[in-house]
Structures are given as C-alpha cells and as structure tokens.
Design a protein around this ligand. Structure first.
Ligand code: ACO
Length: 177
C-alpha cells in the first residue's frame, strides 16, 4: 500500500471512531516528517529528557521507522492551531510462540500539559489498540508507573505481572545499531 512521503504509515490504520470522538477541530494521524516544527518533541518532554535533537536527527529516525512501518506505528493528535498535543507508539513484536503470534507494545504516551484531562490520552490509546487489533496482535501490553494505573484501567487494560529493568552502567551509551 502506498503511503504519502511525509507520513510514517498508512492512514487506513487510523480508527475513524477515534477521529470522530475527538474534540472539534482536533485530528489524529500518523506522525509526519513535518511534525518536528509542530512541537512533537516538546510533547514527548512530559515523559522524560529528550536531549538536543536536530531536525536532521529527527528525520534520520523518522525515515528509519518509516522503512520499518510494518513494525513501528507512531501517531499524533493535532490541535486546531496545528500543534502536536498528543502522541503514542505501538511497536509490533513477531514471536515464535503462540503459533508465530504478534504482540503489540505501547510506548511513549504523552499529552501536552495544557491539554491533559480532555480525553486525548484515552483517544491515543484507543487508536493504538485499533492498530494492534487490525494488524493481528493477540495482545497489547505496556509498562507504566503506579500513578498511571487508573488511567490505563480506564483505557481497558488490566494489571498483570511485574515490570523489571536493567540499565547499562555507562550512562553515555550511544546506539550502535
Ligand atoms: N489517575 C487517575 N485517573 C486518571 C489519570 C491518573 N493519573 N490520568 C487520567 N485519568 C483518567 C481521567 O480522569 C479520565 O477519566 P474519566 O473517563 O472518568 O473522565 C480518563 O483517565 C482518561 O483521561 P484523559 O483525559 O484521556 O487523560 P490525559 O489526556 O490527561 O492523558 C496521560 C493521560 C497520557 C497519562 C497524560 O496525563 C500524560 O501525558 N502524562 C504525562 C506522561 C505520562 O505519564 N505518560 C504515560 C507513560 S506510560 C507509557 O508511555 C506506556
């Protein structure tokens, strides 16, 4: 399926029901190569440190993800002022188990501080679950802090098992892939 040059993945994977449920003037769509200027990274900064990412570096990552857009789906909510106000990603893992099943991993959910409480976070999650279902995942999972558990429960998730993490000693670790 052909995807416009500026979009990360096909818009046919964006749930029409989620689009219809957004507040007036807001839209939801795949990440675009122009979203650097629309404040995509500023929205992600509600999550953690972003670092000093140039437009060139943003585009390098964008086009890597686009070349793998059967695995990485980052979508955004755009405000009536044409600013990015919400974002989220689902990464589709291909397993051997479960009859070579697919698992969706939800990552990096963020809503602009001034826009929180308008159900935009809920819409991002609903849209990512739609992609998970459409692509044939048998489950969609995520890690979150204790304080966000009530939010994800409202999005239809249940608490299951425990997240564990290991951080490399070398904090300056650079990607070698
Ligand atoms: N505790 C309890 N309930 C909550 C919380 C919370 N922390 N956050 C939202 N809710 C409830 C809302 O009250 C609402 O309930 P209602 O339907 O009864 O009215 C429902 O969840 C939906 O809330 P939204 O308005 O969609 O939430 P919002 O747009 O503010 O987005 C989000 C929530 C994404 C957690 C946002 O606050 C945010 O960006 N926080 C900072 C970054 C962050 O923590 N991201 C998640 C990291 S985990 C991950 O990425 C997998």
């Amino acid at each position: 399926m052909s995807v416009p040059e500026n979009l990360l993945f096909t818009s046919t994977l964006i749930s029409p029901e989620v689009q219809a449920a957004l507040p007036k003037g807001y839209s939801i769509r795949p990440l675009s190569s122009d979203d650097y200027e629309r404040g995509f990274l500023d929205v992600l900064s509600v999550l953690t440190v972003i670092g000093n990412i140039s437009k060139a570096r943003f585009l390098e990552r964008f086009f890597y993800l686009k070349a793998h857009n059967h695995e990485y789906f980052t979508l955004v909510i755009v405000s009536p002022e044409n600013r990015i106000v919400g974002a989220g990603t689902i990464f589709i893992e291909r397993k051997f188990i479960r009859n070579t099943g697919l698992v969706g991993h939800i990552e990096d959910i963020a809503v602009d501080k001034n826009q929180q409480g308008k159900k935009l976070g809920l819409r991002v999650i609903q849209a990512l679950k739609y992609i998970g279902a459409k692509t044939g995942c048998y489950k969609v999972i995520l890690d979150c802090s204790e304080k966000n558990v009530p939010f994800y429960e409202k999005c239809g998730f249940q608490k299951k098992e425990v997240e564990m993490a290991w951080y490399c000693d070398d904090n300056s670790t650079k990607a070698k892939l």
